[in-house]
Structures are given as structure tokens and as C-alpha cells.
Design a protein around this ligand. Structure first.
Ligand code: GLN
Ligand code: ZN
Length: 759
């Protein structure tokens, strides 16, 4: 049997986010086009050599981008929306970045989540354009590796089905035409690569792991029949990831030469499918046995046992040992981390460490012995060391969770009754106005925080500054005439990090960046131990703010599911259990806020939807515990304490029932980007609790007029009774400037006043 090591893809951001810096310097005109290309080229070459040094045999190209790989393909295929015609003779890069980020007179393409990850891709827009192959970026990367590094790499390309599946702008009839035009272009890309010496081409088809109706399966079969016919000399490996291959027994028969499957997620369903249906003898199998979505080192014995099961169940000649998906979803290397607890550090594996694991496993499969003695035992030892670490032995948390009863997850009276009681208790006007929580993180706020972090100013000075900034904004909010005020969240850099820093069980890396969209990277916290609430985290700020005004000040927390979904999570406990631990910790914060006299408390859950499994059959189970975690946080309050929640960045149309089941007294939703669709859904599925549909888009500095907001509100009022109606922006305002924020909110309050006069 032939065994080689590979990965689906490797991070492109660089060890120290060099990639981001190069791109952002180019945007600021600090680099000429020539310098920009040269620096990126160097980065690509270093990156290939680095993977070689790590011991990887079959290195991938085409996993590098200047912004986003879906956008790369759209531009390659000339899928340029007409609105970019306003750009006069743009250079390639100007056009590309205009589509990515917008330009002076033209808005950017839509951006949305890449499957169930926190990465966002640019959505290709089909407008019936005549498609053609403008350039072959993947070939360029292949040639660069061949000629400058001297290696034959494996080019990867997002496959035609997934590309079309994730694009928009076509109906069922146009879809066929769209795909028919694309197939020859894909074939051309592939044939050029094959002619240049590529042995294998990896075609990424993550959409094959979604629920596929029979017509879609037939469509996939047709696409691949045609594509394979047009590329007779190429060897294609279809790579799927994140979940198991859907309709395995059929799709595994596609006329390609190999498959890459995820053997980590979805309860190892792919392994079960092999058990049941076998695997075609003449195809190559890439075994994704190293988890590309988590940061934990592998248990070598377990990985080898999976591979051996595959070996026993099939008769295949060729296997690749690989990652379950591209390693772009994990940070580059743990080597630079100096402050992490030893037991945690030892058990971490970022992209580089994962490549080493792949190399080790491959060596073992090739030679029957381990490259280093004690590797297997050591992999067990680091797992054990963390398992028995006190941070994972919190008996108080264990006991508290074991003692929970169904009553702990339920408000004591129904929403209808609460609505009446809260109305009398809070005495808010009709169409109450509020914001989502954060106010501008001005240069001054950021500068002061950084001075404090560096020790240039004292804790007391920093606290004083925050207090003054809140006081200033309380006054501004009063002048604007808002009804429910907020303290402004100036103490928070990030809505998850802030809570992680105060709860037990979290750790933070210095360089653990992963790309979130474009050049933006995030550094997710690591939940590695039991999560416990030990002290109030938000009470002081909110109570101080409340003292300054007669209006209500909302308490502001990040919800348990969002904290979970935006962190790297321990893998020795189910996500459900971790969510409940966080939920229980936040419940104590809610209690502390309430005890301190706060009557309105908001628990944000912007990431609730993104945790949904890809397969619909698994939704119910996730929603059961996710909703439970939220309700555990929010249920133990008096009837006249009003619980708010907030969600953004997501589609709500098929999500109204889960939102209802949170039983929050008020929800604010981001809607300005998909307002019409949501109104339609709410017509079909009326919402009975308090709700504020964002009346303006906070992503733009533009100040919307009163009339504009009134139009949006009037449309919303057609589906939401006025008693339930709140008025708020789409999301927090921390990225905005003060002037536009104040002007927009004044118009928003003016709109509410117009409405109050009308009734
Ligand atoms: N309360 C947070 C804020 O206003 C909510 C952020 C979010 O929804 N992403 O910034
Ligand atoms: Zn939001």
C-alpha cells in the first residue's frame, strides 16, 4: 500500500499575520502594486518551504488568496457584477478589492459564513454574465512552486457544485445554464494544470456534506460526468469536509480518481459508510484523520486505529493521511506562545503541529514503526495531564449542574403575563428606543486601554477614564432621547474575550490568530477547563451608569452559546456540557445584576445560528441544548425583570421558531440587509414576543434619514403588533464614529416620536 502525507490546505496568514500587513499596506498605498505582488510571492514561497520543513510530502497550492478563494474563482471566471462597470479602467487588483470591500461609488459583494465555520466568504453573483476563463491563478501558484521551489504540488480548487451552490442571483432555470458554462472553464483550469505537470487536482466540494435532494445528486453526477470527460488526463480527487459525505453509496461512485473524507466529525459517519458500502478499489482515499477544526493534539493510537479500520474494510492501494479540512481554521503555530499553562500548551496542536502529526502517522503507516520513540505514550500522557489538572476537576460546578431541575430553565410565568407586568412596572413609552450595547471605541478609548495594558497608567486611572466615558455617553443618550440606555461597553475589546478573562477555565494565546474574513483575523479564547463564575463581571459599570440617570440602563452580557461558538473548546466534554457550564456561570451574573437593581438585562447571542450542524437532522439536538443554555442564563429573574437578547449576521427566515423558544422578553435583530424576506417570514410565522427589527445598517457611516427609517418601520408594523415593537439599530455601534452615531440615533428617536403621534 502506498501512503503519503498531505493537508487539505494550510493557513495563508503567516506566522505573525504578515499576510494581513502586506494587504493592508497595499490598501493604504504604502506598497506599489509591484512591491505588493513581490511580498506576497515571497510569503507564498516561504510558506511552501516551511511545510516541506515540517515533513509534509504532498503540499497543496491554490489554498492561498489575496482576500478570499470564492472571490478568486468569481474573478477568474469573469463573474463580475455589472455595477463594477462604474470603475474606470481598474487594474486587476482594484477591481478585485472593489468587489471584496466596495469602492467609492460601488458597494462590495455580499459576505457570508463558510459552512459552519467563523470564516466568511464573498458570495459570487450570477447576472447571466458570459463566463470565460480570464486567468488561471491556480496554475500560477502551481508553476511558482514547480519552478521556484522545485516541487510538484497538489493544486486545489473549490469545485463547481459548491461554487454554484454558494453563489446567488440565479433561479432553477438559469442554474443549468450557469453550470453548463462553468464546466468547460473548470476543465480548462484542470487541463492546464495537468499539462504543467500536476499529478492530482483536489476539487473541494464541501457542499456534498449538506442534505442533498435527489435532483441535486443527479445534478452532481451529471456535472462530474461531463467534467471527467473533458479532463481525460487529469486525476481528480473530490475533497469533502466538515461532515460526512451525503448519499455516500451514490456519490462515492462519481467517475473521479479519489475522495478525501473527514474522519473526525459527524460521529465518524464516513467510517460507518465505508463499513456498510465499501470504498471503490481503484480510487485513492485521503483520510482526514487530523482534526482541522480544533486545536488539540491527536491521540496517535486512536488515529492509527481509524486508519487501520479503513485498511481492513477496503482493498485500496493508495491512501493519503490528511487533515479533516483546511488548516486555515486553526492558528499557525503554538511555538511562539510563552504564557500558557504547561499542561495546556503541551496538549495544543495548531497547523504546524498538526502537520507534524500527519507526518508521524504517515511514517508509521509506511514503515510500521514510529519515527520517535514514546510518541504514542506521550500523546496519551499530555491528554491525561490536562484531564487530571485541577482546572478540569471543579466539583462545585459539577454538583451545581447535577442539581439543576427543569424549573431552572423556565421563567416562572408565561410571556403574556410578563408582558403585562413589565408594562406596568417599567412604564416604557410605545415604540421604546434603545441601542444594542456598544458605543464608539474611539481612538481615545483604544489608546487608553493600550496604555493601561502596557502599565503606563494605573488600574485606577483606567477605571476613572472608563467611568467618565460612560458618564459622557449617558448624557449623550439622554440628549438624544433614547428610552433604554446602555453603559457603552468601553471596557470590552471583544465581547467573548472580556467574559473569558473573568470566568475560570479560559486561556488566551498571544498569536493564535485565524482569519475571519478578508484581512480580518480573530484570536478565539481557549476553553480548556471547567467554567465557573467567581465574581461579578459587569455589575460595577452598569450600576455606576444607572446612578447617573432616571432612565433604565440595560445590563449587557454575551450569551453562553456565543461564548462557546467563538472559542476553541475542550474536546473531553460535550459541547452541550460546556454550554451549560457557561450558562450556569452567566446565570449568576444575571442574578448579580438583578440584585444590584438592574431591571433590564440583555444577553447577546449573535452566534446562536452559526453553531447549527450542517445536516438538518442534527439541528434539533443542537437547538435543544443551545436554547437550554440560554434559558439557564436568563430564567432565574423576577417577572418584572425584562430579558433582552440580540442576534445579527444571520438569516432568520428559517430560524423564527428557535428564536421564540428562547422566551426572551425582547429580541433585537439585524435586518437592514434582508428586511423584505424577514417581513415575509414573520407574516407566515407571527412572532408573539417583544421584537426590534434593526432600522438602520450600522456597517456604514451613512446617516439614514427619518423618512427612510419610518419606511422600514411601517413595513415591519404590518407583521408585528405595535405593543411588541421596539426601535433600535442593527447592531452595536463600537466601530462607528461619534458624530454619525449621534446623528443617526437622533433620527431614529425622531422616527419613534412620529409613530407615537400617529397612534
Ligand atoms: N452588545 C454587543 C455590542 O453592542 C453586541 C455585538 C454583536 O451583536 N455582535 O457590541
Ligand atoms: Zn449584533
Amino acid at each position: 500500500m502506498n501512503v503519503i502525507s498531505t493537508v487539505v490546505g494550510y493557513p495563508y496568514i503567516g506566522l505573525k499575520r504578515e499576510w494581513k500587513r502586506i494587504i493592508e499596506r497595499f490598501w493604504k498605498n504604502e506598497l506599489t502594486e509591484h512591491e505588493f505582488e513581490a511580498e506576497l510571492k515571497q510569503l507564498r514561497i516561504d510558506r511552501l518551504k516551511h511545510q516541506q520543513d515540517l515533513g509534509l510530502e504532498y503540499i497543496t497550492v491554490g489554498d492561498f488568496t489575496k482576500y478570499d478563494r470564492m472571490l478568486d474563482l468569481a474573478v477568474m471566471f469573469n463573474l463580475i457584477p455589472k455595477r463594477y462597470d462604474v470603475l474606470e479602467n481598474p487594474t486587476k487588483n482594484e477591481l478585485y478589492y472593489a468587489m471584496a470591500r466596495g469602492a467609492k461609488d460601488v458597494v462590495a459583494c455580499e459576505m457570508t459564513k463558510w459552512f459552519n465555520t467563523n470564516y466568511h466568504y464573498i458570495v459570487p453573483e450570477y447576472e447571466g454574465q458570459k463566463l470565460s476563463l480570464q486567468r488561471n491563478d491556480i496554475l500560477d501558484q502551481f508553476l511558482e512552486a514547480r519552478d521556484e521551489v522545485g516541487i510538484i504540488t497538489k493544486p486545489t480548487i473549490i469545485g463547481p457544485y459548491t461554487f454554484v451552490d454558494l453563489a446567488k442571483g440565479y433561479d432553477e432555470k438559469e442554474k443549468a445554464l450557469f453550470i453548463l458554462q462553468l464546466i468547460p472553464l473548470y476543465a480548462q483550469v484542470i487541463n492546464e494544470l495537468t499539462e504543467a505537470g500536476a499529478e492530482w487536482i483536489q476539487i473541494e466540494e464541501p457542499s456534498f456534506t449538506k442534505n442533498l435532494p435527489i435532483e441535486e445528486i443527479q445534478l452532481i453526477e451529471e456535472i462530474y460526468k461531463q467534467l471527467c470527460k473533458l479532463t481525460p488526463h487529469a486525476k481528480l480527487l473530490v475533497q469533502t469536509y466538515f461532515e460526512s459525505l451525503f448519499a455516500y453509496e451514490r456519490l462515492i461512485q462519481l467517475p473521479v480518481d479519489g475522495f478525501g473524507l473527514d474522519f473526525v466529525h459527524d460521529n465518524k459517519q464516513n467510517l460507518k459508510s465505508i463499513q456498510k458500502f465499501g470504498f471503490p478499489k481503484n480510487k485513492t482515499l485521503s483520510i482526514g484523520v487530523i482534526n482541522g477544526r480544533d486545536i488539540w493534539s491527536v491521540n496517535f493510537a486512536e488515529a492509527v486505529s481509524i486508519i487501520n479500520s479503513v485498511k481492513q474494510l477496503t482493498n485500496i492501494e493508495n491512501i493519503w493521511i490528511s487533515s479533516s479540512c483546511s488548516l486555515q481554521h486553526v492558528p499557525v503555530s503554538k511555538n511562539m506562545e510563552e504564557k500558557l499553562p504547561k499542561e495546556l500548551f503541551d496538549h495544543l496542536a495548531f497547523a504546524d503541529e498538526k502537520i507534524r502529526e500527519i507526518a508521524h502517522i504517515t511514517h508509521f503507516m509506511q514503515k510500521g514503526s514510529w519515527l520517535k520513540e514514546g510518541l504514542v505514550a506521550n500523546s496519551m500522557k499530555v491528554i491525561q495531564a490536562l484531564a487530571t489538572h485541577p482546572v478540569r476537576q471543579n466539583k462545585r460546578v459539577e454538583k451545581a449542574l447535577a442539581n439543576l431541575t427543569p424549573m431552572d430553565f423556565k421563567r416562572s410565568v408565561s410571556y403574556k403575563e410578563r408582558q403585562q407586568i413589565q408594562k406596568e412596572a417599567l412604564k416604557l413609552p410605545d415604540f421604546p428606543t434603545t441601542t444594542i450595547g456598544s458605543f464608539p471605541q474611539s481612538t481615545e478609548v483604544k489608546k487608553t486601554r493600550s496604555a493601561w495594558r502596557k502599565g503606563e497608567i494605573s488600574d485606577a486611572q483606567y477605571a476613572q477614564f472608563l467611568k467618565e466615558e460612560t458618564a459622557r455617553w449617558i448624557q449623550i443618550q439622554e440628549e438624544i432621547g433614547l428610552d433604554v440606555l446602555v453603559h457603552g461597553e468601553f471596557e470590552r475589546t471583544d465581547m467573548v474575550e472580556y467574559f473569558g478573562e473573568h470566568l475560570t477555565g479560559f486561556s488566551f494565546t498571544d498569536f493564535g490568530w485565524v482569519v475571519s474574513y478578508g484581512s480580518r483575523c480573530v484570536k478565539p479564547p481557549i476553553i480548556y477547563g471547567d467554567v465557573e463564575w467567581t465574581h461579578p463581571m459587569t455589575v460595577k459599570e452598569v450600576v455606576e451608569a444607572q446612578k447617573l440617570t432616571d432612565k433604565y440602563v440595560k445590563g449587557m452580557l454575551t450569551g453562553p452559546v456565543t461564548i462557546l461558538n467563538w472559542s476553541f473548546v475542550r474536546n473531553d466534554l460535550s459541547r452541550e456540557k460546556v454550554a451549560l457550564q457557561i450558562g450556569y456561570a452567566l446565570r449568576q451574573e444575571v442574578e448579580a445584576l438583578e440584585k444590584a437593581g438592574i431591571k433590564i438585562i440583555q444577553v447577546d447571542e449573535p452566534a446562536l445560528r452559526e453553531g447549527l450542524p450542517l445536516r438538518k437532522e442534527n439541528w434539533a439536538d443542537y437547538l435543544r441544548w443551545a436554547v437550554d443554555a440560554f434559558k439557564l442564563t436568563t430564567s432565574n429573574v423576577a417577572t418584572d425583570t425584562q430579558i433582552h437578547t440580540h442576534m445579527c449576521y444571520c438569516e432568520f427566515n428559517d430560524f423564527i421558531d428557535p428564536i421564540k423558544s428562547l422566551d426572551a422578553d425582547v429580541i433585537s435583530l439585524e435586518t437592514s440587509r434582508s428586511h423584505g424576506e424577514l417581513i415575509h417570514s414573520l407574516k407566515e410565522n407571527p412572532y408573539e414576543l417583544g421584537i426590534g427589527l434593526g432600522v438602520y445598517d450600522i456597517h456604514s457611516p451613512r446617516v439614514p434619514s427619518v423618512e427612510e427609517m419610518l419606511t422600514i418601520i411601517q413595513e415591519s408594523l404590518a407583521v408585528i403588533p405595535k405593543e411588541q415593537f421596539w426601535i433600535n439599530p442593527d447592531c452595536g455601534l463600537k466601530t462607528r464614529q461619534e458624530t454619525e452615531t449621534v446623528a443617526s440615533l437622533k433620527n431614529m428617536v425622531a422616527a419613534a416620536q412620529v409613530l407615537r403621534k400617529q397612534v
